[in-house]
Design a protein around this ligand. Structure first.
Ligand code: F6R
Length: 614
């Protein structure tokens, strides 16, 4: 959600902070700020709006600010308090000696604030974070040690936090800590970096230490000390970051979203690599640690996820039920929690998340874990908080996804579900070998089919231009492509702000059809298979209400030209795998519509890439 960066070493901190914030900008961006120590004083620079506004302020004072070799920075996605300069981080105490940046939510901030006000603290902002600055200052005044002050402060805090703190009286020191929000330390030569996510630091170092909940790290230019909240010294586990800085370049594309859509053929190849070796060999999913006998006896699976990951889960339900005959329930994580959820040790619970940091999904899988379920996590971030909850961890290997709108990670999740369903079907021997071999063959040739769609974009661009003036959009489909309709609608909403809804085509006549008239485009996902004729009939019903009809199809039937005003064609594909192909033109359609409308494609308003609050 928000992003944190910190630096301590011998280089101008400001350059590293601004570069790091630029690479985190996709996480949230309604205001930003930095705190640096210059001439023995902590100085704050903050600005509302895009990061460029902060850069403009910094540039005016650059020579002065660049003297500092220690600093912390933050990019904010507002939770408590409107996005403005006062509410932007870093926050400070009465005397301005402490500076704090924070991701997460301090749940008991009202009680803490009341207590601190009684002690004479004056609050300037409406944020929960400011309580931490006052709390640390107050504890420091008593103990005279910054690490101890942070430790005592965190003992009083309830909620989620990743925190970075500096204090004017404690030269060349950053103290950082976390609970239920990600934070890592990058290790250089006599320098350290702190970040809420890898993109902020990957161009400087690949050596890092991830903090666990309730750990506190104290950094100076030549030392790193790690303790827990009870003040016990801890061993430092240094890891090698498996990312390349190149992932943060647009590689000549106008937007990250377009680049990431084009990466999908390779993403499919990556996900299949080493797991699907030949069509007559069983899928190899060593990551699934659930005992084969237990797997055979499973009679229920629950999948929890949010947004685009939820749509991938819905496709997963369809294929697992079809291949394995196991009942699968899919639920938005936020609905799974805070009710009597029926799950036990005989239920497999799958959490799906690109970021692995989505708070609702983390809470949901923790709940299921407490009830004894085997937890299988499908994530693009094996280094994430959710991954640490996994009994089985299935990494999806899509590479860093920068665009807020998920595209390649969705593709990777879909392919992971195909592999998982085939793996389970092979263990259970629940489906004919020939059917599995046909699907494996289709999976292997899928990248070429996606490449074909990507090399014939003109039709999609023309369609985008034609319909970019529409205020509303309806996407219809049935069966395994109903989630594709939901995903197409979500992509369009997210980046163009056009009101778009995905419906099961058969549901249209039960209410939504009342909305249709000559101003409403209806996009029918008409992929060959069981429900093709049914969707065709539902499209006729929409056409009879004068809707503007668009077909997305792998059929070459010339009759479609009479029914549809525009047709987007994709190569023929088997029905079971069709969601992985049909989604690509919908991503492109959303992209080009947003482009025509001049929207900020990679950083749509109000959104954040990883949603670390419930
Ligand atoms: C849509 C999108 C969001 C995420 C959702 C879950 O393009 O990006 O809907 O899919 O916030 O995020 P993860 O997958 O990180 O749990």
């Amino acid at each position: 959600m928000c992003g944190i960066v910190g630096y301590i070493g011998s280089k101008p901190a400001v350059d590293i902070l601004l570069e790091g914030l630029t690479n985190l900008e996709y996480r949230g961006y309604d205001s930003a700020g930095i705190a640096v120590e210059v001439d023995n004083k902590v100085e704050l620079y903050k600005a509302e709006g895009k990061l460029q506004n902060l850069k403009d302020i910094v540039n005016k004072n650059y020579t002065h600010i660049a003297k500092s070799t220690i600093g912390i920075g933050h990019i904010r996605w507002a939770t408590h308090g409107v996005p403005n300069t006062v509410n932007a981080h870093p926050h400070s105490c009465n005397c301005g000696r402490v500076a704090v940046v924070h991701n997460g939510i301090i749940e008991n901030y009202k009680e803490l604030k009341a207590k601190l006000e009684k002690q004479g603290c004056t609050f300037r902002s409406q944020t929960d974070t400011e309580t931490v600055a006052h709390l640390v200052a107050s504890e420091y005044a008593k103990c005279g040690d910054l690490t101890e002050a942070v430790r005592l402060a965190t003992k009083q805090i309830e909620g989620a936090y990743a925190l970075c703190v500096i204090h004017q009286d404690v030269k060349d020191t950053i103290v950082a800590t976390r609970r239920n929000a990600p934070l890592l330390v990058g290790i250089g030569e006599k320098e350290y970096y702190v970040a809420s996510d890898v993109p902020a630091i990957i161009q400087y170092t690949k050596k890092a230490m991830y903090l666990d909940d309730n750990q506190i790290v104290t950094l100076t230019p030549d030392s790193m000390k790690l303790i827990d909240i009870e003040n016990n010294s801890l061993e430092q586990k240094i890891e090698h970051l498996p990312w390349e800085p190149i992932a943060l370049s647009k590689m000549g594309y106008k937007h990250f979203m377009l680049k990431e859509i084009h990466e999908q053929p390779d993403v499919v190849r990556n996900v299949l690599s080493g797991k699907l070796r030949a069509i007559d060999e069983p899928v190899c999913l060593k990551e699934v640690t659930l005992d084969r006998e237990k797997l055979k006896k499973l009679n229920r699976i629950q999948i929890v996820a949010c947004g685009t990951s939820l749509h991938a889960a819905l496709v997963g339900k369809y294929i697992i039920e079809d291949f394995c005959g196991i009942a699968v329930d899919v639920e938005p994580s936020s609905e799974y929690i805070y009710r009597r959820t029926i799950t036990d040790e005989n239920t497999l619970v799958i959490g799906v998340s690109q970021s692995g940091e989505t708070a609702d999904t983390i809470t949901a899988v923790r709940l299921a874990k407490k009830k004894g379920s085997h937890i299988l996590i499908v994530t693009n971030r094996p280094d994430s908080t959710m991954a640490r909850e996994a009994d089985s961890l299935v990494p999806v290997n899509a590479g860093i996804e920068v665009s807020v709108a998920a595209t390649k990670s969705y593709m990777a999740q879909l392919i992971s579900f195909y592999l998982l369903a085939i793996y389970m079907a092979e263990v259970k021997e629940s489906i004919a070998k020939e059917k599995l071999e046909e699907l494996k063959h289709e999976l292997i040739i899928l990248p070429q089919k996606i490449e074909k769609v990507l090399s014939h974009k003109e039709n999609i661009q023309a369609c985008a231009k034609k319909f970019s003036g529409s205020k509303d959009f309806v996407f219809i489909a049935r069966g395994i492509n109903y989630p594709t309709a939901l995903e197409g609608a979500l992509k369009l909403k997210e980046i163009s702000y056009i009101n778009a809804t995905g419906y099961p085509a058969g549901e249209l006549k039960h209410g939504p059809i009342a909305m249709l008239d000559e101003s409403m485009p209806v996009l029918s996902i008409l992929m060959s298979g069981k429900v093709y004729e049914k969707i065709l009939s539902n499209s006729e019903e929409a056409k009879a209400r004068n809707a503007r009809m668009i077909a997305l199809t792998d059929s070459t039937d010339p009759k479609l030209n009479e029914l549809f005003d525009s047709t987007i064609r994709v190569p023929e594909i088997c029905e079971l795998l069709s969601p992985a192909l049909a989604v690509v033109p919908l991503q492109l359609l959303a992209y080009y519509i947003a482009e025509f409308l001049g929207k900020d494609v990679d950083q749509p308003r109000n959104l954040a890439k990883s949603v670390t609050v419930e």
